[in-house]
Design a protein around this ligand. Structure first.
Ligand code: KIV
Ligand code: ZN
Length: 515
């Protein structure tokens, strides 16, 4: 019989702990909606106590996203548990996930608690969380470096206190598959009430073993796997959802287990997370890398033409990476456009739809075929424009082998239109320097990444940038068939985010760096 494994996605919490991957409330909400379409069972939407932004994101996701259970992380402290509940209450299906370390290394050097004190805290906080909600998860942090007898005692006590899921984190990615599988077996043998809870696993990828460890745990009887899209997360990241899910689906003969994931949504979810976090996916990344289904060798291509099974263990379409469909053209109407966007999961306002439709028409003049990815790029950019301090009116750039690249930029800033001419080392540099002088920004450009969205020289190019000012960074994205215009859109998008945050500042305390 095939067992169903619960997929607990922590892209919005552990994934957000990737350096530079912080997301605003709107971005988190759009990822959460996509995770619901992907069919994850649980979304860990954030860490309510850590910042007002996380609190608000959890609150909105709990109220607006239907389907998955929505979860908040909480340290084993009364204030954290109460804050998690504040954010979650009113949501249809919610979970509090509380944790404390159980390894001597952490207890002695970081928490300065004895084993007995940590156990008491864990039990007390699970009880407190159960006072709010039935669905409570507990994690003994750094479980894989904890003394086994003590770990089992803690698990028994928190299950008796009402934890319905006990999660075993390999916090520092230290365990090997054999050890981790064995640990899950030991827990099943030595924790007398273990059948009253689901065993979950949460593996980090410091040694590149997170997927193998998670799958080993499933073989040993774990019922929940915690993972992130594209494997993002603290340091080297977490087990990648797409790898765990596709391994279970493809090798059911080995695992006897499957998930409820709608695998055809995987590629789209990966693109969205990559775009919002600015973390590109390496081309050879399993399942979602650009080369994951590309066959280069002549021998492989020959085999594939004769029979796909020769070199293909999964169909690209099964993860949504097959040939993308041409969806609309020059003559498509606004209604068809709106309908297609709804099918793709976007719900723009009328004004956003008008702007996106205008851009679609312009794009259709420049580009023969419009693909789903093009639509997603245009609409998400237009939906991202809510609080714009600066808007691009026009750009004119000249560059060549025998001249200094020069840019003329016209911007709308509030009710004024301003323009300037500037020079730089290349056309993008000239444009960025001109914008910097017009906006008087003191920010620094930290990263600049360009990629083609669909194939061909007429493809939309997408630029992602990160800018930093006073220790705060913002990501910006821009797309256009002209790479210089895409670069300018991305830079302005990032500056607009910094400006929006600066104007909101005052109530916004920084995130608490805890884990
Ligand atoms: O890696 C870890 O231990 C965690 C816990 C909070 C579950 O992220
Ligand atoms: Zn973690």
């Amino acid at each position: 019989m095939t067992r169903m494994i619960t997929i607990f996605d922590t892209t919005l919490r552990d994934g957000e702990q990737s350096p530079g991957a912080s997301m605003n409330v709107e971005e988190k909400l759009s990822i959460a909606r996509q995770l619901a379409r992907l069919g994850v069972d649980v979304i860990e939407a954030g860490f309510a106590f850590s910042s007002p932004g996380d609190f608000e994101a959890i609150r909105m996701i709990a109220h607006e996203v239907e389907g998955p259970v929505i979860c908040s992380l909480a340290r084993a402290k009364p204030g954290d548990v109460d804050r998690a509940w504040e954010a979650l209450k009113g949501g249809a299906k919610v979970r509090i996930h509380t944790f404390i370390s159980t390894s001597d290394i952490h207890l002695k050097h970081q928490f300065r608690l004895t084993r007995a004190e940590a156990l008491d805290r864990a039990v007390e906080m699970v009880g407190r969380a159960r006072g709010y909600v039935d669905d409570v998860e507990f994690s003994p942090m750094d479980a894989t470096r904890s003394e086994e007898t003590y770990l089992c005692e803690v698990l028994e006590a928190v299950i008796a206190a009402g934890a319905r899921t006990v999660n075993i984190p390999d916090t520092v990615g230290y365990a090997t598959p054999h050890e981790f599988t064995q640990l899950i077996r030991t827990i099943q043998e030595r924790v007398p009430n273990i059948r009253q809870a689901v065993i979950s696993v949460h593996c980090h990828n410091d040694l590149g073993l997170s997927t193998a460890n998670s799958l080993g745990a499933v073989l040993a009887g774990a019922g929940q796997v915690e993972c992130t899209i594209n494997g993002i997360g603290e340091r080297a990241g977490n087990a990648a959802l797409e790898e765990v899910v596709m391994a279970l689906r493809t090798r059911q003969d080995v695992f006897g287990a499957d998930t409820r994931i709608v695998t055809e949504e995987i590629a789209k979810t990966s693109r969205l997370v990559s775009k919002i976090t600015g973390m590109s996916v390496q081309p050879n990344k399993a399942i979602v890398g650009a080369n994951a289904f590309a066959h280069e060798s002549g021998i492989h291509q020959d085999g594939l033409l004769k029979e796909k099974m020769t070199y293909e263990i999964m169909r690209p379409e099964s993860v949504g990476a097959g040939k993308t469909h041409i969806v609309l053209g020059k003559h498509s109407g606004r209604h068809a456009f709106k309908q297609k966007l709804e099918e793709l999961g976007y719900r723009p306002s009328d004004a956003e739809l008008d702007k996106a439709f205008e851009r679609l028409k312009r794009l259709a003049d420049q580009k023969k075929e419009i693909f789903e990815e093009d639509l997603e790029t245009i609409v998400s950019e237009e939906m991202d424009r809510s609080e714009e301090a600066y808007r691009l009116v026009s750009i004119h750039v000249e560059s060549g082998t025998d001249m200094t690249p020069t840019a003329k930029i016209e911007l709308e800033a509030g009710d004024k239109t301003v323009s300037a001419v500037g020079q730089g080392d290349g056309p993008v540099d000239a444009a960025y320097r001109t914008i910097a002088s017009l906006t008087q920004t003191k920010s620094r450009l930290v990263s600049y990444v360009v990629k083609g969205i669909t194939g061909g020289t007429d493809a939309l190019g997408e630029v992602s940038v990160t800018v930093e000012e006073d220790g705060r960074s913002a990501m910006g994205h821009g797309a256009d068939t002209d790479i210089i215009i895409a670069s300018v859109r991305a830079y302005l998008n990032a500056l607009n985010k910094l400006a929006a945050r600066a104007s909101k500042r005052g109530g916004g305390e920084p995130k608490v760096g805890l884990i």
